[in-house]
Design a protein around this ligand. Structure first.
Ligand SMILES: [Zn+2]
Length: 258
């Protein structure tokens, strides 16, 4: 029953799973695999689906997703799940995948990018909104409850209210950080200190910039941040293709259309 996962991360997962306790295991769930919402995989689910949503927050949404780069073109996007360069070694997102976030979350992230530009820095995102159907695929690939939270919980990425990202310089080069993205070891924890000073400094810069804009970092993943009000946003399973159709990727031509 070993999960079929990429060899590099497989080793990391194996060792970290052996060494991490249940508490850490639970918090690890925040990022790539949290919430195989198997019970919710039966249809388009833009509406509220969790038992935790109440009152006005439980209203179905009207596709209030924004493509981040349309709002903030300076932010670089490298969706790892649209490539094989992720811990599963598999392409999980279709070619039309883009970085979509709830509009308020995207706007907050755009402000972070603007603030960082003054320091000669930028942002590069690795993951944004993740349809629940992909969460289901992750569950199939890594069917391990030490990683996957309650199906009723879901991932904050499924809500469009979480983002994975790092800092880049003006040329788009990633700044040194404690670990690569999706490295599930203790080194990725925000409290981990046995690191080069530069990595700690960069981690702190990213965290400060995000925190000022109202994001909250996941303790076990230096790259993962949630919108503080993530609970307002329901779990969603809108396919990327539907979002692309609703919001065309290419801006309208300025001249007459042939
Ligand atoms: Zn994440």
């Amino acid at each position: 029953m070993r999960p079929r996962i990429g060899s590099q991360l497989g080793r990391q997962l194996g060792s970290s799973l052996r060494s991490l306790g249940a508490m850490v295991g639970l918090s690890l769930l925040g990022c790539p695999m949290t919430g195989a919402t198997t019970g919710a995989m039966t249809g388009a689910t833009t509406g509220a689906m969790t038992g935790t949503m109440t009152g006005a927050a439980a209203r179905p949404t009207e596709l209030p997703f924004t493509e981040l780069q349309r709002l903030a073109p300076s932010i670089r996007v490298e969706l790892r799940y649209a490539t094989t360069n992720n811990f599963t070694g598999k392409v999980l997102y279709p070619a039309e995948a883009r970085c979509y976030l709830r509009t308020a979350v995207a706007e907050a992230l755009a402000k972070v990018a603007t603030a960082l530009q003054a320091e000669g820095l930028g942002l590069k995102v690795f993951d944004c909104y993740r349809p629940q159907r992909v969460q289901f695929q992750l569950w199939e690939l890594v069917h391990d409850e030490r990683y996957v939270a309650s199906p009723h919980k879901g991932s904050r990425h499924n809500r469009g209210a979480a983002v994975d990202l790092t800092l880049v310089d003006q040329d788009g080069r990633e700044l040194p950080m404690p670990t690569p993205f999706d490295d599930f070891t203790e080194k990725a924890h925000r409290s981990y200190q046995d690191l080069p000073a530069e990595a700690k400094r960069n981690r702190a810069r990213l965290e400060q910039a995000m925190t000022r804009a109202g994001f909250v970092g996941l303790p076990t993943e230096w790259w993962h941040f949630d919108a503080a009000d993530w609970q307002r946003h329901p779990l969603a399973d809108v396919p990327f293709a539907a979002l692309a159709a609703a919001r065309p990727q290419v801006p309208p031509a300025t001249g007459p259309t042939p």
